[in-house]
Design a protein around this ligand. Structure first.
Ligand code: BV8
Length: 239
């Protein structure tokens, strides 16, 4: 199927798009942290059982993201360029909790799994930007409750965010791109099948290697996102 000249685009990104910026992926290089798999730490049960461990996990990642060496890369910038120039509309959905898409100039980024730089109080539900370490004893600035603050992130077993908006966009897009994701976590990994089953849209996987759902895509472009994404955006904008 050729690239569409018109119609809307939905882009789904995963940890692989941030790899060339220096942020570790979930499953690369052993994917362990303090001997734990992310799936073991990123759960409500882990937070209830050992809040200090979970806070350490996110404090480490929040500090890493604040490192000036961590910058958006050519793939992030190419997607911002695509959204600015593509006339049919382009929805950027990310599984990532970093802010590299925003810092590359993307607007209205849909964070399906929440954001590392925001926290929520489980007592009063207030959510706010939070850039420093968080401890179990940190009081909520809004309601004063101790021990209620948690990262505003969707953990395993929790409901992903913005699903209605994402599903509506998937049901009407002309092109679906998945970039830098292993296709192991649902519902994000199932988005391509929803688009494919409509039968009228093109689907492309851009990943370092075939993902777990490679066979659901009409096309795959394997290689580093910093190379494959700008090349595809150039092709789309030259149509
Ligand atoms: C849900 C935030 C119901 C945390 C994340 C039992 C109980 C409960 C649920 C389940 C269960 N069994 C299964 C489930 C469903 C579960 C799930 O899918 N589990 C998996 C492990 C089997 N899903 C959930 O629980 C979700 N919620 O199901 O609720 C529901 C469903 C539908 C509708 C309503 C309700 C919630 C899942 C969200 C979990 N939170 N993140 C945090 O960040 O700390 S998930 C986390 O892993 C990421 O956000 C991401 O989404 C996910 C996958 O990671 P990837 O981004 O793909 O990264 P990965 O390292 O895996 O792969 C990177 C890829 O990049 C690789 O392929 C690599 O080759 C490539 N790459 C590397 N370098 C480059 C590159 N590509 C290009 N260029 C490069 N340079």
């Amino acid at each position: 199927m050729p690239l569409p000249r018109t119609g809307s685009i939905v882009v789904l990104t995963g940890a692989g798009i941030s790899a060339e910026s220096g942020l570790a992926t979930f499953r690369g290089a052993g994917g362990l942290w303090e001997g734990h798999r992310a799936e073991e730490v990123a759960t409500p049960e882990a937070f209830a059982r050992d809040p200090a461990l979970v806070h350490r996990f996110y404090n480490m990642r929040r500090r890493q993201l604040a490192d000036p060496a961590i910058q958006p890369n050519a793939a992030h910038r190419a997607l911002a360029r695509l959204a600015r120039a593509w006339r049919g509309g382009c929805l950027l959905v990310t599984q990532n909790v970093d802010d590299l898409h925003e810092r590359a100039g993307s607007h209205d980024v849909v964070h399906l799994h929440g954001e590392l730089r925001r926290v929520r109080c489980t007592a009063c539900s207030e959510e706010r930007l939070w850039l420093r370490d968080l401890e179990a004893k940190t009081p909520c600035p809004a309601c004063g409750t101790f021990g209620g603050l948690r990262p505003a992130i969707v953990w395993f077993g929790e409901m992903p965010l913005h699903m209605e908006r994402i599903t509506a966009a998937l049901q009407s897009c002309a092109l679906f791109l998945a970039i830098g994701t292993s296709g192991l976590v649902y519902p994000a990994a199932g988005f391509v099948a929803l688009v494919r089953d409509r039968g009228r849209a093109h689907t492309i996987e851009l990943n370092l290697e075939p993902s777990a759902v490679r066979s659901d895509f009409a096309e795959a472009r394997h290689g580093p996102a910093g190379t494959t994404v700008p090349a595809l955006v150039d092709e789309l904008l030259a149509l």
